[in-house]
Design a protein around this ligand. Structure first.
Ligand code: PBE
Length: 575
């Protein structure tokens, strides 16, 4: 059938664009509120030394779930602290508590409403199905545009993903209240609200609590996903470990998540019927807890006002002392950390996320002429789309002008000499790759953009394939990271290989896995090694195990990038 493609994606794009602008005020309000709340929760949780919270949590676990589990909680929390994941854990607990709280505030009323009105139920059920089945990643995309990079889009996405069980179980719990009880309540002439609060809700509580428990667990399962857009905590530790293939750290952070999951799960599961309820009344425990929380909140709130002032850097005040970064494993992230040391930017924070999220932030700030600092590199389409500048780097923390190298696995030369030769001869100029990046940015599919570029540059391509025996349909596996530069280069070289008798499989991975994959021979090659400095660590780690075919492009640059309208010139100005 030759029907034109329905522009569903374009419509969604347009809608999101419209919503972003129309509700800008509302979104920034929500962002401020959620960030403020989260700060408060984090401050309260980290008010004293870790041991205090460890003891409080342990006591809570003992109270709800008996002492053997309490011992487990104590040991696992001490281990988390010992391994150095305490701060991350607090971030994670705070994020989960906050999304949990939001699901309760919104979910229970909606669930009650569903139970009371058939029509509402009929509308909400398919919506919930949709929300739960749509991959949670997808919510992150508009969330970044609405709420910016950081913890807020993560919380919102977790909330959407996690709310379904609370609504469903509240509805179910109320539906399941025996008919005769309702009739009895009616017979005694109770009003609707009396019926709800005195009969239905109390009977439905176990079911509702089961729903809340599931929601909290789902929110916890989102922490790694949320870290892709910059949410801090254990999820970010896991993501960093993946990005740098650091098995040990990944395991430690993962284990911490498991411990926290068990503790939160048991507390919420048994909260309704605590194991030692006969010893101390539930009300008293809640009261103590509430007083404790409120007192700490007030005290930290008062002391914070005085410590909050971070010194007088003007740009810092405008940008909240944030530098918007990209994938945690990227070389430029390590360089930025180095720069922050070299220039003593102690007040500043480098936000982790992804290249796409960074670009989205830049777009948002640029359209509103707001100040923003990102980790940036050239060649990049951003420089032709926006008016941007690199901050001067007198200390050379970001190294000099660099090359991008092609790196292949050992043995490729024997196994696929044609592909090897083509990869070896592949070389082009910054303006070539820029042209392609702009096309891709403008909406052209990367493989189509590659086609167009190849058609327009036959002479260059002829140089690459000179003397290369054509393939006989062997598959060549190429890996790349979703940086705009590498999306362009990888697609071009893939097309050229395909035109010369190879089948090409492209896999998008994180930085560490990209180097490791070529080194252990599980993939054939990549064209994305930024050297000598950006990827030095990865290069040095694996250099014995792969073949470096040298530069395919000369003249790249990394650094901190700001819009030209910002009145700042050098990284030194951030001090
Ligand atoms: N980059 C683009 C990468 C290399 C390619 C500068 C973001 C990095 O920092 O690792």
């Amino acid at each position: 059938m030759n029907l034109p493609k329905i522009p569903l994606g374009d419509w969604v794009d347009e809608l999101v664009k419209w919503v972003t602008v129309a509700f800008a005020g509302f979104f920034s309000f929500v962002t401020t509120v959620i960030e403020g709340l989260l700060d408060l929760v984090v401050d309260v949780l980290s008010a004293g030394p870790p041991i205090i919270l460890i003891i409080v949590l342990t006591l809570l676990v003992i109270y709800t779930s008996r002492w053997p589990l309490g011992i487990f909680a104590l040991l696992s929390l001490l281990l988390i602290d010992n391994l150095g994941y305490w701060e991350s854990s607090i971030q994670t607990i705070a994020i989960v508590l906050l999304s949990g709280l939001l699901t309760i505030i919104v979910g229970i009323p909606v669930g009650i409403w569903c139970a009371q009105r058939k029509t509402v139920h009929r509308i909400v059920t398919p919506l919930l199905d949709f929300m739960q089945t749509m991959p949670a990643f997808v919510y992150l995309i508009p969330s970044i545009l609405f709420f910016g990079i950081g913890v807020v889009p993560g919380i919102i996405a977790s909330f959407i993903f996690a709310i379904a069980p609370t609504i469903r179980m509240t509805n179910l719990g109320i539906q399941e209240v025996p008919k005769d009880l309702i009739e009895a309540a009616d017979a005694f002439g109770s009003s609707n609200s009396q019926k709800l609060f005195k009969v239905q809700l109390p009977i439905a509580t176990p079911t509702i609590m089961a729903g809340v428990n599931q929601s909290i667990m789902l929110a916890l399962s989102m922490v790694v996903t949320a870290s892709l857009v910059g949410a801090p905590g254990l999820g970010a530790d896991v993501y960093r470990a993946v990005s740098q293939i650091d098995v040990g750290r990944g395991f430690e952070a993962g284990l911490s998540i498991v411990f926290i999951a068990v503790i939160l799960d048991r507390i919420t599961q048994n909260l309704r019927k605590p194991a030692y309820e006969t010893v101390i009344k539930k009300k008293i425990v809640f009261l103590i807890l509430a007083v404790l929380v409120i007192v700490t909140a007030v005290v930290t709130g008062m002391t914070k006002e005085t410590t909050k002032d971070k010194g007088g850097n003007r740009i810092g005040a405008e940008t909240d002392f944030q530098i918007i970064g990209i994938e945690p494993g990227a070389g430029i992230m390590a360089q930025t950390h180095q720069a922050m040391k070299d220039y003593q930017l102690d007040d500043w924070q480098l936000q982790e996320g992804s290249s796409a999220a960074m670009a989205a932030e830049m777009k948002k700030a640029y359209n509103q002429k707001k100040p923003i600092i990102v980790t940036g590199w050239a060649p990049h389409w951003m420089f032709s789309t926006y008016d941007l500048k690199f901050l001067e780097d007198p200390n050379q923390s970001f190294g000099e002008v660099e090359d991008i190298h092609t790196i292949v696995r050992k043995g490729l030369e024997q196994d696929a000499p044609g592909a090897y030769t083509i990869l070896d001869q592949f070389t082009w100029k910054p303006k070539d790759i820029e042209k392609m990046m702009v096309d891709i940015k403008g909406g052209t599919d990367p493989s189509q953009a590659a086609d167009q570029w190849i058609k327009a540059n036959t002479d260059k391509v002829a140089q690459w394939i000179k003397g290369a025996p054509s393939g006989s349909g062997q598959t060549i596996n190429l890996v790349y990271v979703a940086w705009d530069t590498e999306i362009a280069s990888t697609n071009v070289i893939a097309k050229v290989l395909e035109q010369n008798g190879f089948k090409v499989k492209l896999s998008q991975v994180e930085v560490g896995p990209m180097f490791a994959g070529v080194a252990n021979g599980s993939v054939d090659g990549m064209v994305a090694g930024w050297l000598p400095s950006t990827h030095k660590e990865y290069y040095d780690q694996y250099k014995e195990d792969f073949v470096d075919l040298g530069p395919n492009l000369h003249g790249t640059r990394n650094g901190l990038v700001v819009p030209s309208y910002m009145d700042i010139h050098s990284i030194e100005d951030l001090k």
